[in-house]
Design a protein around this ligand. Structure first.
Ligand SMILES: [Zn+2]
Length: 209
């Protein structure tokens, strides 16, 4: 199994509002090509190019795990209409019952019509070595992936180094849950800080070192 970052997450704050570009990660084994998040819609060309550089097309992706339904993570879902989509039920219910400014209503409609959405929970397997982790806080239904013994993909559960090192969530639906999630992830590893950052793939908003 290999884990590769296809697109690097970047946040921008402008006078007109926030522009988000989520990290997109490819997890491959012999049978499955799994994407963790699909990025901002405006990065479709870059995502196709990154797949091409890895010898793949969009149609080769077998599974897409949606960490949460914020617009910068789900913009390119329609590129992967042949794949199985995975999401937590909590995330789905929150986004459809009470969407906020980060949710994309069009994405929820797309998922509703497409018919390939599967709900997942803690411990579910996406592939033999890839399992779901429930990491609530940033949103109540955010899910991460544990990939083998070396890598946890945690999306916006830890968005940047400040949250990682200071254990203080910056943008969260539930601060207590966010702190518990960060503590859980830190307890899982307990490495030196520099090593920790190297091994932790990949916060959505990857601030430059
Ligand atoms: Zn988010």
């Amino acid at each position: 199994m290999t884990v590769k970052q296809l697109l690097e997450g970047k946040p921008f704050m402008t006078e007109f509002g926030i522009v988000g570009y989520s990290t997109v990660v490819l997890v491959e084994d012999e049978k499955q090509k799994i994407l963790y998040d699909t990025g901002n819609k405006s990065t479709a060309l870059q995502l196709k190019k990154a797949l091409q550089d890895n010898g793949l097309t969009c149609d080769d992706i077998t599974d897409v795990v949606i960490s949460h339904l914020h617009f910068d993570h789900v913009g390119n879902l329609p590129l992967f209409h042949k794949a199985n989509f995975y999401l937590s039920k909590t995330e789905w219910l929150n986004a459809t019952d009470c969407p906020d400014e980060w949710h994309c209503i069009a994405t929820c409609d797309y998922l509703r019509k497409n018919g390939n959405l599967n709900f997942v929970k803690e411990g579910d397997h996406i592939s033999p070595l890839v399992t779901v982790m429930e990491l609530p806080g940033h949103t109540l239904g955010l899910v991460g992936l544990k990939c083998g013994e070396d890598t946890i993909l945690c999306s916006d559960a830890i968005k940047n180094r400040y949250e990682l090192w200071q254990d203080i969530p910056l943008m969260t639906a539930d601060a207590d849950k966010s702190k518990a999630t960060i503590e859980r992830l830190l307890m899982r590893w307990e490495p030196p800080v520099h090593w920790r950052w190297e091994k932790w793939k990949v916060p959505s908003a990857a601030f430059p070192l």
